[in-house]
Ligand binder design. Structure first.
Ligand code: HEM
Length: 209
């Protein structure tokens, strides 16, 4: 029973925003500017789920809650799903798939450049999220997937540059920094420093001889 709940939870979390959007559409709550409303909502869901996916490793490491490690991938993929929907709404509904207008916006507006780069980084991460790709890429898989922090930072910059009120974006940025720091256990960092100092002393002794 508990195992089923923990397996279903990331899918419930990932699908809830979609149910919210459908509820808003059916209940005529898409505001006077439905395209902007949908763009903003899908963008926000994409960022929130990306941060939720990044929170899984620290939650396991600091609170010892192992099942959450299985949530990383589905939450990351739902984030990518909302980011794709966000881009599709922007490109199809807002810009009518006019490629020259879209490329002009990408070149001219720095917040669009940041969002575009964040999306481009998420594409290879989503494609290589399967166990098959993890096996094929071996240690490169981990290195590649660290790019998710860069994608999240670009998404925060995108949010910061487009908003009149910087506070929500700054809050998202602070959460990202906390998650990045919390990812590395203090003990491991100290071990690295101690190891590095030991090796440096060894090198210095050898060169003196
Ligand atoms: C090619 C990629 C992207 C484009 C063209 C794009 C475009 C936009 C546009 C036009 C807005 C609405 C601006 C307004 O208020 O009128 C927006 C908002 C937003 N986008 Fe993006 N975006 C992209 C990628 C992303 C990605 C990858 C994320 C997150 C992972 C993201 C997160 C957000 C957030 C959080 C907002 C603000 C939502 C709010 O105001 O509550 N965007 N984006």
């Amino acid at each position: 029973m508990t195992a089923n709940v923990t397996r279903l939870a990331p899918h419930l979390i990932g699908l809830l925003p979609l149910a919210w959007l459908i509820g808003d559409a059916l209940g005529n709550r898409l505001t006077a500017n439905p395209i902007q409303y949908l763009t903003q909502r899908t963008g926000w869901f994409a960022l929130a789920l990306l941060l939720a996916s990044l929170a899984c490793t620290p939650l396991n490491r600091w609170l010892g809650w192992k099942p959450v490690m299985r949530w990383r991938k589905p939450l990351g993929l739902y984030s990518f799903g909302y980011a794709s929907l966000h881009l599709a709404i922007f490109a199809a509904l807002d810009y009518g798939l006019d490629l020259s207008l879209i490329s002009q916006a990408v070149i001219e507006k720095r917040y669009i450049i940041a969002g575009f780069l964040a999306f481009l980084l998420l594409v290879p991460l989503a494609i290589t999220s399967t166990a098959g790709w993890q096996r094929r890429l071996k240690q490169w898989w981990r290195r590649l997937h660290r790019l998710v922090y860069l994608a999240a930072a670009l998404a925060v910059a995108h949010y910061l540059w487009l908003s009149k009120d910087p506070r929500p974006a700054l809050l998202a940025g602070s959460v990202l920094i906390v998650l990045l720091v919390a990812r590395f256990p203090a003990r491991q960092s100290w071990q690295r420093v101690v190891q590095w100092r030991y090796e440096r002393t060894q090198r210095q002794t050898r060169t003196r001889r």
